[in-house]
Design a protein around this ligand. Sequence first.
Ligand code: TYD
Length: 392
Amino acid sequence: MIKFLNLGLQPLANSYLKKKNLNHKEKKFKLEVAFNKKNYLVSIVNTVPKEKMFNNMYPYKSSESKTMRKSFKDLTTKVKKRFKPNFIIEIGSNDGVFMKNFNKKNIVGVEPCKNLAKLTKNINYTTYSEYWSMKLARKITINKKAELIYSANTLSHIKSLNEIFRAINYSLSEKGVLILEDPSLLKCIKNVAYDQFYCEHIYVFSTIALKNILNNFDLEIFDVQNTTTHGGSNRYFIKKKINKLYTIKKSVKNEIKKELKFGLNKISTYKIFADKVKKSKIKLLNIFQKLKKKKLNIIGYGATAKSCTVLNYCKIGNKFIDYFYDTTSYKINRYLPGSKILIKKYKKLNKKNIDVVFLGAWNFKDEIFKKEKNFIKKGGKFIIHVPSPKII
Ligand code: TYD
């Protein structure tokens, strides 16, 4: 592994602080990113035990945004039509945003965060509140294998890819399909979206890396689609090599070609990226300093895990940002880790008391700009740091 990016000491991205704990020392870890020359996998170097991140207080809910609800709903319609699955496993079912589009008889969820698993259990969807593992795979599919296994924004959070894919291989029927959806490394590097890296995102996958990993488990990608979620993701359709039901689509070759052309197989590409990240930090700080000199009121929008990386790496605290707005009830009245900026219950942006808004949830820019069109009309501005920090 070759380290190429150092994002400094970072707190756990989703560990929002209560007021009474503001003076407690926060646990921090070194956030460094590395490239594996052999299989092209990009991962963070130091990982945090999963129990510290995915427990009974996990704040992130997938159904918080319209964009995500629509994306999962659209996929469901397509999946039903294309694969007609009768038995589905969802790994990382979160609050049920995907699961709920299926009949309870046809799908089971796996969600180790107990607070989230409870939400789907309460409406009688079978949900295993455990980490995905070989042991759980045996428990769920000892008698009947899954025709579809779906996992969005989850496998990139799990350290042991070996255990994951062994368990998937065990649970997937011979003619079954595995659909994985995760942020695209190509998009991340192209957009200088270094905030895709935080404690939970152990990996940001490229097609070339995933192909190499899957190969070890006799699995292969037969289709890949680019989606717009999380700032640009890939949806991979995967099958067992022995499954001849599906032919490998041109999309796979094309995606690989794009990635190789950009140089995702070369360390030099990542070194250029790291250089751009350093420049991005300087530019973003300059923007904040200039705006503060003018005594403008700056707030944040979307207290994301991604913001945690940006704010702590760029050392942007409550001197620059008065508070964040967020719709997630768990986050409200807590403080962002590290930067200790207060999170308030979301209200429509008002030009009377807010001049500029740092867009922490830049991946929902279109949805948010639509919602805040009055603020924009009245001259309200946003700071966006991807692909390069600017005021718009
Ligand atoms: P997201 O960018 O999906 O994830 P991550 O934490 O993985 O970086 O998080 C979006 C956050 O933004 C979530 O806390 C909800 C919040 N949000 C709003 O407050 N208002 C909105 O209109 C939208 C779309 C999101």
